[in-house]
Design a protein around this ligand. Structure first.
Ligand code: ADP
Ligand code: ZN
Ligand code: ZN
Length: 740
């Protein structure tokens, strides 16, 4: 018996291996194996089984299996095959996102040494002071404690405990330590909930679908504060009752603690969290237990959509419009929302895409009857929509004669008012760091990253310049302009650190905390700050998009948006949609409890339709404007896109190759058009120049995208692939979320 094995390499080729007799029973399609590969050992996945092989050379044997139980069922295997085909990724690489290389069901938590004192009268220590200290402590606690926890008493606690053991004074025991999985959840949040009539109706539609065991996608469009989270919990309860399992996807780590706290109050130990801040051991341990069927509900980020749950009945994608659901940096460049729909289809599961601000795609799909639409139009209970005030910062500057100020008079006044009333405030500013650019006042040149076409941001703590794309850091600030040698250079623009500084000066008695990617390096800190804010121990929470959506604090009665225009003028077709959603969502954090809320939006573009609709909270109006525009320009959701990018270190080689690629795109099928070739807006990233050509297929001619996919294959694959010289690479991005 022979197995075809695929590896996580950028080749579609598979390799033949002999299956040893002892493994015959266990080797099947989808099993991970360890095999010799060249002169090293590699992990691969079995993608085919053959009785004979045509291969004439020397054939090696499979050495061992990675898992001690099957983790892939037929359903997950179908999903991997779909990922591979749809996103043009070799099977071995597609398999790796579902079965990450560092996870295995063979994982065992590490053992740790524990110790307990055996009480003796007058034990003799002579001059061994450290032994005496440790012993006295162990007698006083009189229970089994980890030896590691004694490190505060003594630097070499292991050897001291061993010495004590040979004297018969302590008892030692090795025990596995389970990784701490609790650090990213609030304490369980218990609430008395009786769903309202509207909420119940929404729930019923979902539970009916679950009862029918047929794939049914929903768009749950519920305004901010309409109780979507409560509906998720009841829907999950229904699934669990039927012995099914549930995946809840969240777009942002900051949303996890609160929602996890609600879920854990409802389902206790049946809930597991899956996100980037888990330690490697916590990740391995969680994954093994998922494979063993211990958990019923997985809450997590993008990659949680691949959790190997059996009997999956319900998938919820919260804040489904978020672009963080798209994997952009490595292959396969999948969108977790699309994977959720595909996985739901394969498992006959119910899929709920939910948001107060749906993506244009889902909104369009709902209009065209592809999704079942559930619309919750009211906030729960007495909570009302907040009142929104727009401050024209141009006028503000003229009237106060202060240009480029951070706070308007209105915002300062409202903050003061809330502080006096002991109500809470969220301030939102979507730029981290202190100042986003260092600019020359004479020639206008901006300090750029050496490796990327991105301006360096100045950070106050540590006083350094950093690239927010590649993290390149420069510790010395230039004293003159690189371009014209002028000394007249200046930090300009505003980041969250600068807002924080100024806030502290203006409100010295307020408790202020900042949450952004810099302050939230560890998951623990995010949980701590949000927990303290929910207990009203913090007056003002300042942050980036991290805190703009999903969070529920009923004492927040003021939301301030420092610069509503951030991102508005990026040359990307989704720029407007993003800004609208951010403002609308951020506004939705205000007034969720008994006391009505207010929102202050500061803007330099008060005439802009995005700003106007967002501040009027008029979603329908904006979505109609936006859809009209997309239709006119044939952008998604009216078209399918395939983006082909060539990247490489040598600029002229990149230019040559993109032009060669462009030569192949000659006779475009009806309804398909081409953008480019052109440099990407971010022309250079991590030393790689980037050029792209984009295919756009109008859905009227290409309903499900099959035509444009076939055309893409004909120009790349059927033409003997694209032979690229040297270190050049072709990146294929199917349905990109951005063209930057
Ligand atoms: P959304 O996710 O739609 O923004 P949430 O689920 O966070 O809304 O609900 C807003 C607030 O109202 C939460 O504090 C939630 O616990 C509360 N709530 C919603 N529905 C109910 C209900 N039926 N009974 C009691 N409290 C509810
Ligand atoms: Zn200059
Ligand atoms: Zn960089």
């Amino acid at each position: 018996m022979f197995a075809d094995v695929s590896f996580p390499i950028s080749s579609y080729q598979t390799f033949s291996y002999k299956v040893p007799k002892v493994l015959k029973e266990q080797v099947e399609i989808g099993v991970r194996v360890k095999v010799p590969f060249g002169n090293r050992k590699a992990q691969g996945i079995v993608v085919g089984i053959q009785k004979t092989t045509e291969f004439k050379g020397k054939i090696s044997e499979i050495e061992s299996l990675i898992d001690n139980q099957p983790v892939l069922n037929e359903n997950l295997w179908s999903l991997i095959k779909w990922l591979s085909e749809y996103y043009y990724t070799p099977l071995g690489i597609a398999a790796k996102v579902v079965l990450p290389a560092n996870l295995s069901t063979k994982y065992k938590p590490k053992n740790q040494l524990f110790v307990k004192a055996i009480s003796k009268e007058n034990p003799l220590f002579k001059r061994a002071k450290a032994q005496k200290a440790v012993y006295d402590y162990l007698v006083s606690v009189n229970e089994l404690v980890s030896v590691q926890s004694l490190n505060a008493l003594s630097s070499n606690s292991t050897s001291i405990c061993k010495k004590l053991a040979t004297k018969g004074l302590v008892y030692l025991e090795e025990k596995p330590i389970k990784p701490d999985l609790t650090r990213l959840a609030f304490n369980p949040i218990n609430k008395k909930i009786r769903l309202t009539k509207h909420q119940n109706k929404a729930l019923e539609k979902m539970t009916n679908a679950m009862d029918n065991n047929s794939f049914k996608p929903f768009l749950l469009h519920g305004v901010t504060g309409s109780g979507k989270t409560e509906i998720y919990i009841e829907a999950a309860r229904h699934a669990i009752k039927q012995n099914k399992t549930v995946i809840l996807l969240l777009p942002e780590i900051a949303l996890t603690p609160q929602i996890a706290g609600r879920f854990q109050a409802a389902f206790g130990q049946d809930v597991a969290l899956w996100h980037s801040k888990l330690s490697q051991s916590a990740r391995a341990w969680t994954w093994k237990q998922i494979c063993e069927g211990i958990f019923k509900v997985i809450i997590g980020a993008r990659s949680a959509i691949f959790a190997p749950l059996k009997n999956l009945g319900l998938i919820i994608v919260d804040e489904e419009q978020e672009s963080s659901y798209k994997q952009e940096s490595i292959d396969p460049r999948y969108h977790a929302r699309d994977v959720a729909l595909m996985r739901g289809k394969i498992h006959n599961a119910t899929v709920v895409l939910a948001s107060a601000t749906p993506s244009m795609e889902s909104y369009y799909n709902q209009i065209h009857g592809k999704f079942n639409y559930i619309h919750l139009t009211e906030r729960f209970g007495q909570a009302k929509y907040p009142q929104v005030h727009v401050v024209d910062m141009m006028k503000e500057s003229e009237e106060t004669d202060i240009y480029g100020g951070i706070f308007s008079r209105l915002l300062l006044d409202r903050i003061q008012d809330r502080l006096e009333k002991k109500e809470q405030i969220i301030l939102f500013h979507n730029r981290r760091g202190f100042a986003p650019v260092l600019r020359c006042n004479d020639c206008g040149e901006v300090s750029m990253c050496l490796h990327c076409q991105i301006a360096l941001t100045y950070h106050r703590d540590g006083k350094y310049l950093q690239c927010h794309f590649c993290n390149h850091t420069q510790h010395t600030l230039p004293s003159k302009c690189d371009h014209c040698q002028s000394f007249n250079i200046q930090l300009s623009g505003t980041g969250t650190q600068k807002v924080e500084d100024e806030l502290k000066v203006k409100f010295p008695n307020a408790v202020i905390e900042r949450l952004d990617a810099d302050s939230a390096k560890s998951g623990v800190n995010i949980t701590k700050v949000l927990q303290e804010f929910s207990e009203a121990r913090i007056n003002i929470l300042l942050g980036t998009q991290m805190i703009a959506k999903g969070l529920d604090f009923d004492n927040v009665t003021l939301v301030g948006i420092i610069n509503g225009d951030t991102g508005l003028y990026l040359p990307d077709f989704r720029a407007g949609e993003r800004v609208f959603q951010l403002i609308y969502q951020a506004a939705g954090r205000s007034g969720r409890g008994r006391i009505p809320g207010q929102v202050v939006v500061q803007s330099y573009s008060t005439d802009n339709s995005v700003i106007q609709c967002a501040t009027q909270l008029d979603l329908k109006k904006y979505y109609n404007i936006c859809l009209d525009e997309r239709q006119r320009l044939n952008y998604p959701p009216f078209s399918w896109m395939i983006r082909m990018e060539i990247r490489g270190k040598n600029k002229s080689a990149v230019e040559q190759s993109i032009s060669d690629l462009n030569q192949r795109i000659k006779k475009l099928p009806k309804g398909v058009e081409k953008l480019g070739p052109a440099y990407c807006y971010r022309k250079k990233l991590r030393d790689y120049y980037r050029m792209q050509v984009v295919l756009k297929a109008n859905k009227e001619f290409d309903q499900n995208g099959s035509k444009v996919h076939a055309y893409y294959k004909s120009i790349i694959a059927n033409n003997g692939g694209l032979k690229l010289p040297g270190n050049l690479r072709l990146v294929v991005d199917v349905n990109p979320v951005s063209l930057l």
